[in-house]
Write a protein that binds this ligand. Sequence first.
Ligand SMILES: [Zn+2]
Length: 279
Amino acid sequence: MTYHDAHVHFFPTPLKNAIDQWFAAAGWRLHYRGIQSESLLENLRADGADHLAVLVYAHKPKIAASLNSWLYQFGLQHDGLHLFGTVHPGDSDMASEVARCLDEWNFTGFKLHANVQQVSVDDPRLTPLMEGVLARRRGLVIHAGREPHTNSYVGWQAFSRLMARYPQLKVQVAHLGYDEIGEFIAMSRDYPHLYFDTAAVPSPRFPLDDARFLDIVKSVPNRIIYGSDMPVMEESVTQYRHRISKILGDSAALQHKVFVANAERFWGVEEHSSQCGTY
Ligand SMILES: [Zn+2]
């Protein structure tokens, strides 16, 4: 079976190694420790992932532009990648960086990591990002939840203030909003372009009862998108994908929504298909 993975991180080697080290120090037994982007991509392809959303994030000011350039170059060398760039709240050139990525490079959107980037998603410094993405009908992948560690920037309240300000914003909430899944999913009633990726949920690190997971998917079947969070995993992508597929069960329609159709709708491949010629 081929499928889409809507939550994958590739980074330049020094940054990948630093991220590995951070998680290892926090006690994670990373399955893909020390493995770099090209090999990670091969692993995903071998598992059947044909289209991938590749997410980067700048953990400090003044590196977003070079990360985005690296991502653009990586995207040029491979088919089927949907690129999500980064901006940092401390950078003054946010509007021009947004324009460069979306207009010149045709990125599918941006990734925002409230936890690592230490910014509340409703911080007014992010206005150029929000308005730039909204005006071009592109997407945002936002890590707004309280895992893997909590701080004052994360949680559903700040996210709900963001959505109240921009109700038409197209957002993929990472990790189902773990560990406030109920609060995040409830917002899908009010916002027509709100999606949720599964990334690493459920897993031993982020447990969720199978029946509860299936109930959540069935409650908003057009909003849940499969994502692995590769390479930040303590198991292989195959192990994780099998778990999700098994929980979803025998319904081919539901499997198709989660593993293919919802990602395509979020990426806007019909209206924005120049990166992907295979649809
Ligand atoms: Zn992630």
